[in-house]
Design a protein around this ligand. Structure first.
Ligand code: GDP
Ligand code: MG
Length: 327
């Protein structure tokens, strides 16, 4: 497939072309960046929902039901499942595969699992590109599932507009989350497995934690606690899904009404620039050193005690980045 043909096909929501570009992005092919440049203008208009929380908290189950709810509105939905805990498992988790199978024949749903292998430029970089590809395909909603720990995941969750933190009763992870400051990025706190013991007291302690940390500004979004039960295969038998959906829509409406969505967009781009810069600078520098024998020399001089990594990086960067500041 020629690059231009690939661009055209992706913009027409061709699934094969999209999947191919996603693989190219993961493999860091040179061509991928060129195609990303061409599709970029057709991205940035989707609703981006981040779903984060510990493994087993019910993120995939909730997403399965949310997909169904968005499909009822005839919205096209993309899901990017980022799970670096299974780097070499060679594919999506079995449970997810079964769970999402019911959408395998639905053209309005596109699911991509990331983290099934190592990524050259980092998982966050690849994932953020995959989100852009999903947008270029015309998905109205893109849901990003990540485990609630690790730098890659924090990086990728910053791309989302509405961030859901999924907690479960017991295990004290509510307290953990508050400590870790995750609450600050959560717009909605989903207390899933509300069928389990201790759910009510958990909801109460979360709500008092929210109000304790509340900033008194006007026009500020106050995170809400939404209890759910996502274990049934049938959405109608689950509890709280409609409520969760309504809260997501209210948060989106809030972002647009207060124009806070502009800040969210700017933050996303800042995040992406950081990810791409980090990756490209490293690539450029190492490509420049390749074959010169310099890298070996630096390493040896550090081992011998004549140099240190900080000075080496300073020296190399001053060669590669000649100007200190952009005019
Ligand atoms: N009791 C109970 N179990 C649930 C609920 N939601 C999901 N589960 C189960 O919890 C397990 C992990 O769910 P999964 O969606 O894969 O979690 P993830 O790792 O966060 O994506 C599965 O066995 C689900 O069936 C719930 O509301 N109540
Ligand atoms: Mg999952």
């Amino acid at each position: 497939m020629k690059p231009q043909e690939m661009v055209d096909r992706i913009l027409k929501a061709d699934r094969r072309a999209a999947a191919r570009l996603m693989t190219m992005v993961e493999d860091q092919s040179e061509l991928a960046s060129e195609i990303m440049k061409d599709i970029f203008a057709c991205t940035g208009r989707s609703m981006l929902i981040g779903v984060t929380g510990a493994g087993g908290s019910g993120k995939s189950s909730l997403i399965e039901h949310l997909i169904g709810r968005f499909r009822k509105d005839d919205k096209k939905v993309g899901v990017v499942a980022v799970d670096p805990s299974s780097p070499f498992s060679g594919g999506a988790l079995l449970g997810d595969r079964i769970r999402f199978q019911k959408y395998s024949l639905d053209d309005g749903v596109f699911i991509r699992s990331m983290g099934s292998r190592g990524y050259m430029g980092g998982l966050a970089r690849a994932s953020s590109d995959v989100v852009r590809i999903m947008e270029a395909m015309g998905n109205d909603v893109v849901i990003i599932e990540t485990l609630g720990a690790g730098q890659d995941e924090v990086d990728i969750i910053h791309i989302a507009q509405t961030c859901l933190l999924v907690l479960t009763p017991g295990m004290g992870d509510d307290i953990q989350a508050i400590k870790a400051g995750i609450m600050e990025i959560a717009d909605l706190i989903v207390l899933n497995k509300a069928d389990l013991e201790g759910a009510n007291s958990c909801i109460q302690s979360l709500e008092s934690a929210i109000h304790y940390n509340l900033k008194k500004d006007k026009d500020v979004w106050v995170p809400r606690v939404v209890p759910t039960i996502a274990s049934s295969m049938q959405t109608a038998e689950c509890e709280g899904i409609e409520d969760l959906y309504q809260n997501i829509m209210e948060h989106q409406a809030f972002l647009h009404k207060t124009r806070r969505i502009d800040t969210v967009h700017a933050k996303r781009i800042e995040q992406e620039l950081g990810l791409i810069f980090k990756d490209e600078v490293e690539k450029t520098v190492f490509a420049g050193l390749k074959g010169t024998g310099k890298k070996r020399e630096y390493i040896e001089s550090i081992i011998k005690g004549n140099n240190n990594p900080y000075s080496v990086v300073d020296e190399v960067l001053s060669t590669f980045l000649r100007t200190e500041k952009l005019e």
